[in-house]
Structures are given as C-alpha cells and as structure tokens.
Design a protein around this ligand. Structure first.
Ligand code: COI
Length: 355
C-alpha cells in the first residue's frame, strides 16, 4: 500500500460530533493527573493473547500484593498525546510507534504484549470515551498513558502468570514548570540511569524510579532536571530523566545514538526526520560532554516535554549558558513538529491518525 493510501486508511474511523468540554480551567494545565472518565483494561495469561478488553470508569484497580509488577517491577509504560483541532476532530501522533515500542519492551521484560492493531484501537477507544477531556486547540493535549503490567501473583522470581494492559488519560499542558522557557540541567556525575546490557533502552518502570534520587537532589538545588552520562566512561551523553537530548553546533545537530542504554524516543526519531527534511545535517553518534559544553544550542525531546530548549548546563560546578531565550534551531523544530501534531501543517508523512 502506498503512503497516500495508508494515510487515507488511517483516516477512515468515524469522527464523532464534538462533545461538550469538561468544566475545568483549560488555561492552567500543567503536567499533573486530572482524573478523567474512563480507562481501558484487557488481560492476558503469560503466553497467551490479550482479550479484547473494554472500558471501565477511571479509578483504583485491585491487584494481589504478590503481583509481579509490585514485587519485581515487571512492567512497562508508554506515553502519547491527542490534540483537538479547530474542526473538533482529534489527532494522535504516530501511535503505531508506541505499540511497536511496547512490543519490543515486552519481549525484553518477558511479557506478552497487545498487537499493534489492538494497541491503537484501544488508544482510540479510550480517547473517544474521554473526548470531553481533550483540551481546546492551543490549550494543551490529552496525555495517553498505556501500561503493561505483570498483574498475576508470584513469590519466587519468575514472570507473572497473568498480565494487564491498561490505558488511562489526563489533559496536560507543559511538562516543565518553566513552560516553554529554557530549562536548566545539571550533569550527573555519580548516579547512572542505565548500564550496557541493562534495560535503559526499553520503557520499563524501574528506569524511572532509578532516576528519582538524582532528580530530587537536582530539583532541591533549583535545576529543572538531570542529564546522565554513560556509566562506563562517564564521558558520553545519554539522556535526561524524562527525555532525549540534542546538541547543535555550526548547523549540525547531534544526538546520542541508540545503543541499548538510551530510550528510542518517538519524538527523537520524528525530530531527526523533521530536521533532515529542513536541510539540517543530523548525526546519531557518541556525543562527548565537551561537545555539550561548547554547543551553540541544546534541546531535549520527548512526548511529555515535546521540544524543550536548554538554557544552561552545569557540569562539575561549572555553568555554561546558551544565550538569551529559545535558540533558533530549537524554535524552528518545535514549531515544525507541533504544527504537524496539531494538524496545522500538511502531514506529508501520514504521521497523524484521526481518532
Ligand atoms: C513521556 O514523555 O511520555 C514519558 O514517558 C516521560 C515521562 C517521565 C513523563
């Protein structure tokens, strides 16, 4: 099927009449949970196929205290966003990519995973059921959080006998309290996020618990977040707690290569393609800390953070600043990506999917 035909196929689902918006202050969204109406749940035995699943009212779930996820961290999550257009339709951005990443992660974590079709259909069903929580155009997005959990009981260390695929959603605004203003990062020199051969390259829950210590210390000192170095040489950039990192020097954009310790971000991948289509040279390779300190611009990418400019980096007590305000390249790529995600520019690559 050609790309245009695929594009059309992804647009065939029915657009429902715009429902009323939830009664909240849409001008004040940050990145905190706003409880919504429904969540989606499907179950699977260890080696089995997920049942079709369905919607339930959003709320607490019951789980055995001996569940694999609670005891041994057998769990993954995903993150994607839905945007409301002026015409009332709702767009997802590359949801199949999240589905594939969940499948890759599930394989690493010895878990069964929903098919790509099941994942995307379940995301659409959950978004439609919570349509009144998708922010008005320009006010934010609906953050979609799919979870894959070892929910069956274990005591000895082993894969759980049952799995739960759950999706919940929350309207969100900017991730960092700085909003769209540049963030201030500190390079971590003691703690590491991931090790070669570990699970840094998949979106398992433990990767995020592991960064809380360094992140808390950094936040207490006034930094926005932490940038991690590789654990072997303590020299090459890895990623920030919640996002990937890019360095701009003389019109060349460089980002750490995916080699098992870095999350293969969907925003990362999209920004690389957008930047190349705009004529930038993009290099995926080892990026040394010295290059970061000598860069013209630095920015982070992620579903939650979108494209977040970096205003300063502190490394071993030395602070480097990257000029006043948002860098030109960061601004250009942010605008290009968000225009696509919000349906404001032509989607030549068929990245958006109508719910
Ligand atoms: C996302 O960007 O969607 C993530 O999963 C990062 C998370 C820490 C908010």
């Amino acid at each position: 099927m050609g790309s245009n035909a695929r594009c059309e196929a992804s647009r065939t689902s029915t657009i429902q009449e715009a429902s009323e918006l939830a009664d909240i202050n849409w001008d004040n969204l940050g990145f905190g949970l706003v409880p919504t109406d429904y969540m989606y749940i499907a179950k699977s035995p260890r080696d089995g196929v997920f049942t079709e699943g369905g919607l339930q009212r959003f709320g607490p779930i019951q789980m055995c205290p001996s569940a694999g996820i609670l005891n041994y961290g057998q769990g993954l999550f995903e993150g994607l966003k839905a945007y409301r257009k002026e015409d009332g339709s709702i767009l997802l951005f590359r949801p199949e990519e999240n589905a594939w990443r969940m499948r890759t992660g599930a394989e690493r974590m010895c878990m069964p995973s929903p098919t790509v079709e099941h994942f995307v259909d379940a995301v659409k069903e959950t978004v439609l059921a919570n349509k009144r929580w998708v922010p008005p155009p320009g006010k934010g997005s609906l953050y979609i959080r799919p979870l894959l959990m070892g929910s069956g009981a274990v005591l000895g260390l082993a894969p759980a006998p049952e799995y739960t695929f759950l999706i919940f959603v929350s309207p969100v605004g900017n991730y960092f309290k700085e909003g769209l203003a540049p963030i201030n990062l500190i390079v971590e020199n003691e703690f590491h996020r991931a090790i070669p051969g570990g699970t840094g390259g998949v979106k398992t829950i433990g990767n995020y618990a592991a960064v809380l210590k360094a992140q808390s210390i950094a936040k207490a000192k006034g930094y926005s977040d932490v940038l991690y170095l590789d654990s072997v040489h303590k020299k090459y950039l890895e990623e920030v707690s919640s996002c990937n990192v890019f360095v701009v020097k003389d019109k060349v954009i460089s980002t750490p290569a995916i080699k098992g310790t870095i999350l293969p971000g969907i925003t990362r991948k999209s920004i690389i393609e957008v930047a190349q289509s705009q004529g930038f040279q993009v290099e995926e390779r080892l990026v040394a800390i010295d290059e970061l300190l000598e860069a013209d611009e630095v920015f982070c990418t992620g579903t939650a953070v979108v494209v977040s400019p970096v205003g300063s980096i502190t490394y071993l007590g030395k602070r480097v600043e990257y000029g006043d305000g948002v860098g030109i390249v960061s601004q250009q790529l942010y605008s290009a990506l968000t225009s696509l995600q919000m349906g404001l520019s032509e989607d030549k690559l068929c990245w958006t999917v109508v719910v």
